[in-house]
Ligand binder design. Structure first.
Ligand code: FUB
Length: 454
């Protein structure tokens, strides 16, 4: 094993190749609506920012929208800003009120629906506007005025595959739904209130989809009077009636008050897109988009989804594999921010005391690799192994004591894995005997930022 870099700079997270949660690493991305257009997944989130001085502090501040896309749920492209509060004619340009959006395709045009606060000279409260593009990524041209007759937030669009009719649902005085005219810009009839279970607290963020002839009406709901869980009802037609079926995702354990989601099928697998405040643990109005797999029961009901750090997608062995986005943690292993003082976006590290391990699933080794690098912090020295699910350690590291800084070390891969494998990284030092002094134990804990094969 050879030490190749003594002091490394902070890791620069590309927002473009992680296959881990959260999926976007260089900005906040809340309320992710995912759509599949032309074989790519597009995510239309809202854009939380740190409250600017001229805005309401301790509240949501959302000035614009970006769109992101991926062909594999791993490599994400930020297509940049598509709509801005400063350039929509009807929007109050200093309201930072561009909440959860949606986008849908009809007859080759892409219709982006977004809520925002009305310019007080033109109207009152929140309205829902539309911007239109010839591509899923813009340029989008906003309509001069919002959709007449729709006051509220969180537009969710649905086109019935049975007959091509479009619907819009939103939150405002209850959950509302209406047919859209073929121009996608006006309601076709009076909005109706969607009958959902009573009790609990706020419901918002509706998202509809169809699967095997069943219509799903899904929504965040403060069901236990605490924070939002993701819930759903099912029915036999787009306007209901819907029968309440239960919870898709429980309330976030970390107390993030909102959750907001979408479900999409991509290459035969269903996914739940949702958000949590991963890069802002002390302020839950700065949120980040996440993805986990969704599975259905034979009767069409949805199996509950548990949030994971690992997320979805296959990681390239030759990319930086952040073990802190683990699939499972062995006893004693834990996760901590790399820099909890000035930059949560620096990400996390896994901390492995002697004897503990971390497993990371679905790494593609291709036809094989020869070496493995690891970014580690181990002032007392450490020994750890990198193995695959199929057995023997692929590589062993022995980090000498005495370096108080992060460093990148490398080792030769002995048993060359190929194809897609799970990785197990284990601190091979002997755990201290009960009561033994810390320094008596030789190699000790190791903190790992990432490993990368080549
Ligand atoms: O992002 C602002 C609001 O928080 C959304 O519109 C709601 O659904 C909730 O996620």
């Amino acid at each position: 094993m050879k030490k190749i870099i003594a002091l490394t700079a902070a890791v620069a997270f590309a927002s473009s190749a992680v296959a881990q949660n959260p999926i976007i690493r260089d900005q906040f991305t809340a309320d992710p609506t995912a759509r599949v257009f032309n074989g790519r997944v597009y995510v239309y989130p809202s854009h939380d920012i740190t409250p600017p001085e001229n805005a309401r502090q301790e509240w949501f501040n959302m000035p614009d929208y970006h769109v992101f896309s991926s062909h594999n749920l791993v490599d994400w492209i930020d297509h940049g800003k598509i709509v801005d509060q400063a350039t929509v004619p009807w929007v109050n340009s200093t309201s930072y009120s561009m909440w959860a959006p949606d986008c849908i395709e009809k007859d080759g045009k892409y219709y982006f629906y977004f809520p925002a606060g009305f310019d007080p000279r033109l109207g009152r409260g929140n309205a829902i506007g539309v911007a239109i593009s010839d591509t899923p990524y813009g340029p989008f041209v906003p309509e001069p005025m919002p959709i007449p007759g729709v006051g509220g937030i969180d537009p969710g669009l649905f086109i019935d595959p049975a007959d091509g009719k479009a619907y819009i649902t939103w939150a405002g005085g209850g959950m509302r739904i209406a047919r859209l005219k073929d121009n996608m810009l006006e309601l076709d009839g009076e909005p109706q209130t969607v009958a959902l279970p009573q009790g609990g607290g706020l419901k918002e963020g509706p998202f509809m989809f169809e699967r095997n002839g069943k219509y799903y009406y899904t929504f965040p709901w403060v069901i236990n009077n605490t924070t939002e869980a993701l819930c759903y009802s099912m029915g036999d037609s787009p306007m209901g009636p819907f029968e309440y079926k239960g919870v898709i995702m429980d309330e976030h354990e970390n107390g993030c008050w909102t959750n907001h989601h979408s479900l999409v099928e991509f290459e035969g697998q269903w996914y739940l897109f949702y958000h949590r405040n991963d890069f802002s643990p002390n302020f839950d109005k700065n949120r980040s988009a996440r993805i986990d797999k969704v599975f259905f029961n034979a009767d069409g009901t949805i199996q509950k989804v548990t949030p994971t750090e690992r997320g979805v997608g296959i990681s390239d062995a030759r990319s930086e594999i952040h073990l802190d986005r683990y699939s499972s943690l062995g006893q004693g292993a834990s996760i901590e921010y790399l820099n909890r003082w000035t930059n949560y976006f620096a990400g996390w590290k896994v901390m492995l005391p002697a004897g503990s391990d971390v497993t990371y699933n679905d790494v593609d080794f291709g036809t094989g690799v020869r070496k493995v690098m690891a970014r580690v912090l181990a002032p007392r020295g450490a020994s750890f192994s990198v193995g695959t699910g199929s057995g023997s350690p692929a590589a062993t590291f022995s980090v000498p004591a005495g370096n108080p800084e992060w460093m990148v070390v490398e080792a030769t891969v002995a048993a060359t894995p190929s194809g897609v494998e799970n990785i197990v990284v284990k601190n091979t030092a002997t755990p201290p005997a009960p009561g033994a002094g810390r320094m008596a134990q030789g190699p000790g804990p190791v903190e790992i930022d990432w490993i990368r094969f080549y």
